[in-house]
Ligand binder design. Structure first.
Ligand SMILES: C=C1C[C@]23C[C@@]1(O)CC[C@H]2[C@@]12CCC[C@@](C)(C(=O)O1)[C@H]2[C@@H]3C(=O)O
Ligand SMILES: O=C(O)CCC(=O)C(=O)O
Ligand SMILES: [Fe+2]
Length: 368
């Protein structure tokens, strides 16, 4: 069963001023028999998605020109697609999910021992976007950047090697696939390697940054009134998502949050989200996908999101080939860090705040 939260309900639960106060720790959601008030969201009647609306699936085994045009169409129209024949061994996907489940199955107090520090990146905790909402999400997460050994050795002092090996191999494979997909995406817009020099770690002093986020949505006693992960866009260039095939949960909205379309898990496939940085880098050609995760009554759903970004010092701006009189420059150049800071302040309105001034003023005038 899925829930639909309409726009007005979302804005009721949305805090314009993020909570700056003390850190809120995740509640132990496993085995709760009813929804606490802190996790109860307002709902509205479910609107079934139109039957014609299905998220595109791209078979990477097809001839290169066919792959490029399918990827371009999907990125342009949806900002999301699933890929099959991507070359990541199914055994690795299974092992990584197994290790993620092993982590989330630990007793709450053990997970809380590796909680993410308020200004830190890695570790266990609530979704970073939680502070923008009055209600809490039915969610716990674990963030990995590079080697997870510091936290894993704390969780399993005598038995952390497998978790670390699997997560490191998973990140290496996701990095290679992200680079391949980005190459296809840029080439599909008629760009050559030279137009996107900043993307290539070899020509940069700093390698591209990436984060692996393990997401856990325990079975929920009242899914119609709960929210797994509230509507958001990813701030990466692209995100590669593996979702467990035992439950649906990921949903995409093409209309700002009124209608939600499920991304039904295809065993072994990966979901590719176009992120905000890619939207900026393509001068708006590719769409960033608004998405959310809903929960269900009987299944513990797990997903693994690999956020691929840019090297530390790189200011993202589109190549000049994508800027002309019909396509004026949309956004000011930003680094990933600067963009994440804007996202931390303005959340889903961050793109608006980095819009080029003239466009920003024109937009505002149109709204008056
Ligand atoms: C690199 C990152 C992207 C992310 C923030 C983070 O530092 C690590 C977690 C990511 C995540 C996952 C859940 C949704 C999201 C919006 C959030 O709150 O944390 C994304 C962030 C993002 O894409 O902005
Ligand atoms: O669990 C999912 O399907 C969505 C996860 C997600 O959107 C994220 O990690 O940013
Ligand atoms: Fe996301």
């Amino acid at each position: 069963m899925s829930i639909i939260v309409n726009k007005s309900s979302i804005s009721e639960s949305f805090k314009t001023n993020p909570i700056p106060t003390t850190q809120i720790l995740p509640l132990d959601l496993h085995n709760l028999l009813s929804l606490p008030d802190s996790h109860t969201w307002p709902t509205s009647p479910v609107q079934p998605p139109p039957p014609s609306a299905t998220i595109p699936v791209v078979d990477l085994g097809r001839p290169p020109h066919a792959v490029a045009s399918a990827v371009r169409k999907a990125s342009d129209e949806w900002g999301v697609f699933q890929v099959t024949n991507h070359g990541i061994p199914t055994t690795l996907l299974r092992e990584a999910e197994f290790e993620a489940r092993r982590l989330f199955a630990l007793p709450a107090e053990e997970k809380l021992a590796v909680v993410r520090s308020p200004d830190g990146i890695d570790g266990y905790g609530l979704a970073r976007i939680s502070r923008f909402f009055a209600k809490q999400m039915w969610y716990e997460g674990f963030t990995i950047m590079g080697s997870p050994v510091r936290h894993a050795s704390h969780l399993w002092p005598n038995d952390y090697a497998n978790f670390c090996n699997v997560m490191e191999e998973y990140q290496a494979q996701m990095k290679a696939l992200s680079e391949k997909l980005l190459g296809i995406m840029f080439k599909s817009l008629g760009l050559a390697q030279d137009d996107i020099k900043w993307l290539h770690s070899k020509t940069n002093h700093h390698p591209p940054q990436a984060v692996l986020q393990l997401n856990s949505y325990p079975a929920c006693p009242d899914p119609a009134h709960a929210m797994g992960l509230a509507p958001h866009t990813d701030s990466s260039l692209i995100t590669l998502l593996h979702q467990s095939s035992n439950a649906t949960g990921l949903q995409i909205s093409g209309d700002g949050g009124n209608l939600w379309i499920p991304v039904n898990p295809i065993p072994g496939a990966l979901t590719v989200n176009v992120g905000d940085l890619m939207h900026i880098a393509t001068n708006g050609r590719f769409k960033t996908a608004l998405h959310r995760a809903v929960v269900n009554r009987t299944r513990h759903r797990v997903s693994m999101a690999y956020f691929y970004g840019t090297p530390q010092e790189v200011k993202i701006s589109p190549p000049m080939k994508l800027v002309d009189v019909d396509h004026p420059l949309l956004y000011q150049p930003v680094t990933w860090k600067e963009y994440l800071d804007a996202k931390g302040k303005y959340f889903n309105r961050a793109l608006e705040f980095i819009k080029c001034e003239a466009l920003f003023i024109a937009d505002r005038c149109r709204q008056l």
